[in-house]
Design a protein around this ligand. Structure first.
Ligand code: 0RA
Length: 635
């Protein structure tokens, strides 16, 4: 415990947990569903740290029937000794002092960083109660806290011959807007952790319903299995996943990659198990090495002639599914969401390893190499042709022109920060919306049925689709590398579709397009989903709306059945008259909008790929599974 020597750096330790309860968002991002799930991630991350240090093989997460969450690991157990100068046990320090966790544990890779790494004390502060059990030295110890304060000292309570830590906590309903934990999100995270930590056993046990549900994840192939999973609904062009790993002094790198016959790249980078959504040095090292190595190989083998221009980086990544996972001693996380790796030594390390190992792979596997190179050459040719076509029409292209689409009913307001655009399914709903809107700041763009399926087409084809062109022109931002957020004509792009499966599909199509070609628009928080009601209830002079089946059954319970209620079920937006549409869905004072976020690009990619990809079976399964759950994309 000598690392506990007091230094100026540790002053923050003095900051009380009231600060956390006063401003929870500063520590966990938000008090919405995201923040709630971060609590669980934080607790799991501590157990993952034990796994990274090599002491923990198994982590179990329970969603208990009283709404609490339990995380059990078989690590070394949090130290129970008294810590000099603090007058309390290490367990208590870890659970009550901000940022104290990092002070223990000493060497080894830590998950600390990114959105997590705030420490168990933050979880404790934001829980109605938290109980910790430590198994160490053949003994069990327990302590309980309420809203961050210990209500009992750490007590010895029996013998046990295993080691580990169990943390059980109930997220505080005074802090969180909603305390329901979504098991799919937790599952996703556990699965990701299982991929990234080969052989680690992760289990989710959901005991909230009558029937217990168990999900178990353990991948002996690690990130090789991760890449197979990314390509599961696609067609790989070579059978074996390319894999290499390398250990340097303070860094460990693993890379797995496989090309599919599609056009999109699904490359995900991780640093100490944090999904570095903003990329960083490890990712740029990988990209640089890939571009250079493929170019060198292609030239050396004569596939690319001397006078031909180099293959672009983008071309070498077309249809590539890859995972780059680096573990390093002192990760520096930068960027807006602290998910960009900053360590410069990571760039040169990754670049050197990937160059060497990829060259070896290509030399040793000429058949695979030929398949990959020919795919990339195709990509280059297609892109060059598209570029020529684009340059020809550029001057009068829709990307530059100011002619707005004819179907757009624009708003009067010129200030983008006040203006909104509704992307409305179908001409008839579009008509109602035009009558319903406040034309001062609300614009309406009706869209015909299903817009082009963007995953199956290359960019030039996508850009030539009329519906997509209308969206791009109306928004005013351009796409891809031409995208410019500051020229957005509206700061709210609201997708308004029917509350049925078709509506969900159209919404997924539009979101796919935004996700793939206007990602910064989502990141800026400019994309929303409108929430039209499912039912209208009328009794006496009162009109009430229900936006979900649950709300409907609650409403029915609430109003007296005898009074003669008229119930209308809306099958589509078209069944609402303009007044109803305004009252329920468009009026800023009364509507609810869901902001679309890219919480987890992998989940989105998976959903989009399943929904949009060529394979019919997984798509049907998915749609059936989510048919009732029209909000499946909301988190
Ligand atoms: C500090 C030091 C040691 C382990 C831990 C903390 C630890 C924390 C958590 C939180 C959840 N599970 C955990 N497991 C371990 C090292 C203890 C030693 O050297 O024996």
């Amino acid at each position: 415990m000598k690392e506990l020597d007091y230094t100026a750096k540790d002053i923050t330790i003095l900051e009380g947990l009231e600060a956390v309860r006063k401003r929870p968002s500063m520590y966990i991002g938000s008090t919405g569903p995201r923040g709630l799930h971060h609590l669980i991630y934080e607790v799991i991350d501590n157990s993952i740290d034990e796994a990274l240090a090599g002491y923990c093989k198994k982590i179990e997460v329970y969603l208990l029937s009283d709404g609490s969450v339990r995380v059990v690991d078989d690590g070394r157990g949090i130290p129970v000794e008294n810590v000099p100068n603090y007058g309390c046990t290490a367990v208590e320090i870890v659970l009550t002092k901000l940022h104290a966790g990092a002070k223990f544990g000493g060497s080894g890779y830590k998950v600390a960083g990114g959105l997590h790494g705030v420490g168990l004390s933050v979880v404790n502060a934001l829980s109605e109660w938290l109980e910790v059990e430590v198994r160490r030295d053949n003994k069990k110890y327990r302590q309980r806290f309420e809203r961050g304060e210990p209500v009992s000292p750490l007590k010895e309570c029996g013998f046990i011959n295993s080691r580990g830590t169990t943390i059980t906590f109930l997220p505080d309903s005074l802090i969180f807007e909603e305390t329901h934990i979504n098991e799919e999100i937790v599952c996703q995270r556990l699965k990701e952790m299982a991929f990234l930590n080969k052989g680690l056993y992760l289990t989710l046990i959901d005991q909230r319903l009558k029937e217990e549900k168990r999900y178990e994840f353990c991948f002996n192939g690690g990130i090789i299995d991760f890449v197979k999973h990314l390509n599961a609904n696609k067609d790989p062009i070579h059978e074996k996943v390319i894999y290499f790993e390398s250990q340097a002094k303070d860094m460990h790198l693993e890379v797995a990659m496989q090309y599919n016959d599609g056009y999109l790249e699904s490359i995900y980078s991780f640093a100490n198990d944090i999904n570095t959504q903003e990329g960083g040095t490890h990712l740029s090292g990988f990209k640089a090495a890939l571009t250079r190595t493929i170019n060198d190989y292609t030239r050396a083998k004569g596939f690319l002639k001397e006078k031909e221009e180099n293959l672009s980086g983008e071309d070498t990544r077309e249809g590539l599914a890859a995972i780059i996972s680096i573990k390093l001693k002192n990760p520096q996380f930068e960027g807006q969401t602290k998910t960009k790796l900053g360590n410069t030594e990571a760039r040169s390390f990754v670049e050197a390893v990937v160059s060497t190992k990829l060259r070896e792979f290509l030399e040793e596997n000429p058949n695979e190499a030929r398949l990959i190179v020919s795919k990339i050459l195709n990509a280059t040719r297609a892109r060059q042709a598209a570029r020529k076509a684009r340059e020809l029409v550029r001057r009068k292209s829709f990307l530059e022109t100011t002619t707005l689409p004819g179907k757009l009913a624009d708003c009067a307001c010129q200030d983008p920060s006040k203006a909104e655009i509704f992307l409305v399914e179908g001409d008839s709903a579009g008509g109602s919306a035009k009558q319903a809107r406040d034309r001062h700041f609300q614009a309406i763009l009706p869209l015909k049925g299903k817009i082009l399926n963007v995953e199956k087409a290359r960019i030039n084809k996508i850009l030539s689709s009329q519906e997509i062109q209308a969206i791009i022109t109306a928004l005013g931002t351009g796409v891809n590398e031409d995208f410019n957020l500051s020229s957005a004509r509206y700061h709210k792009a609201i997708i308004m579709t029917d509350a049925d499966v078709d509506g969900a599909h159209i919404r997924a199509l539009i979101l796919t397009f935004f996700y793939r070609y206007m990602q910064p628009l989502i990141e800026a928080g400019f994309v929303y989903i409108a929430q039209p009601p499912l039912y209208r209830l009328q009794y006496d002079q009162t009109v009430r709306y229900a936006y979900s089946e649950k709300e409907m059954s609650e409403l029915l319970k609430e109003v007296d059945q005898k009074k003669g209620i008229t119930i209308q079920r809306y099958k589509g937006l078209g069944e609402m008259n303009p007044t109803q549409l305004w009252e329920t869905t468009m009026d800023p004072k009364r509507r609810t909008l869901l902001k679309v976020t890219i919480e987890d690009a992998i989940m989105a990619d998976e959903i989009f790929s399943i929904l949009m990809g060529d394979k019919v079976e997984p798509r049907r399964e998915f749609i059936q599974r989510h048919a009732k759950d029209v909000r499946f994309l909301d988190i």
